[in-house]
Design a protein around this ligand. Structure first.
Ligand code: SAH
Length: 259
């Protein structure tokens, strides 16, 4: 018995054992005792995680995959969570303990997985795994790059992002239409920002709404003083600003609205 791939769940099963092992080995296993694998499917990655000195939980939305995992990995059975990762409150499993996240992720919800991770960053020191190559590159890209955007700035505000390697479609069943990319996110030692974090998220998201426009234009809705809008930073486009500059920008806006 094996699981029939379902398109609407983004199921592309990895068939190359050495790549699966390489992904599992990407975690440092330092600073936590638990790892959560998202979307284990038939467990190609899971079996390498189970060899490690760490407790592995898996969360899988597909009932057929869950049955397969429970039947084939007997000692994993009570750590298989049959839930939608995006909707499930994972603190029911881990409480306040730290855990790492890993997976060959369902590509149709990759950005949402990253955003949920960012929300839970206090508990997630490390995150690795495979996305569509463009998404992995975007997360890791720096200012000035064409693909630099919301996901890059928000992720890199809290994590060091490293693109590890590219994986071709041929090692999946069924093969996806695109290349895949594996990345590693390591939470920064000091990951609390020296500015209002809620405002930071708003500024970054609003700033990138219209990539080609200057920040003076995109951030109109913030009702900024003319004095502040004359600052050179507002003459720039969002893709020109580093993470640090977005923090500076947030601080400027914070102080402006307080006046
Ligand atoms: N890791 C496996 C499967 C990758 S395909 C492998 O490498 O072969 C992506 C997996 O994510 C599928 O098993 C799919 O059922 C699962 N999935 C899709 N959406 C999900 C969600 N919202 N929550 C949890 N799992 C999900």
């Amino acid at each position: 018995m094996s699981v029939k791939a379902k398109k609407h769940l983004g199921q592309h099963f990895l068939t190359d054992e050495s790549i699966a092992e390489k992904i599992a080995d990407s975690l440092s296993l330092k600073g936590y005792k638990h790892v959560l694998e998202i979307g284990p499917g038939m467990g190609v990655l899971t079996k390498y995680l189970l060899k490690k000195d760490i407790t592995t939980h898996v969360i899988e939305i597909d009932t057929e995959s869950v049955e397969y995992l429970k039947a084939n990995y007997l000692n994993l059975a009570d750590r298989v969570i049959e839930q939608d990762f995006l909707k499930y409150d994972i603190t029911q499993v881990f409480g306040e303990q730290p855990f790492a996240i890993i997976g060959n992720y369902p590509y149709n919800i990759s950005s949402q997985i990253v955003f949920k991770t960012l929300e839970m960053r206090d508990q997630i020191p490390e995150f690795s795994g495979m996305f569509q190559k463009e998404v992995a590159q975007r997360i890791c890209s720096k200012e000035g790059s064409k693909v630099y955007g919301i996901l890059s700035v928000l992720t890199q505000a809290f994590y060091d992002a490293e693109y590890l390697f590219t994986v071709p479609p041929s090692v999946f069943n069924p093969p996806p239409k695109v290349d895949s990319g594996v990345l590693l996110l390591t939470r920064k030692e000091n990951y609390s920002l020296p500015c209002d974090e809620t405002l930071f998220f708003k500024v970054v998201k609003q700033g990138f709404q219209q990539r080609r426009k200057t920040l003076r234009n995109s951030l109109k809705t913030f009702n900024l003083s003319d004095n502040l809008k004359a600052n050179v930073i507002f003459g720039k486009r969002p893709e020109q600003l580093s993470v640090e500059e977005f923090i500076t920008l947030t601080q400027l806006i914070e102080n402006d609205t307080q006046e």
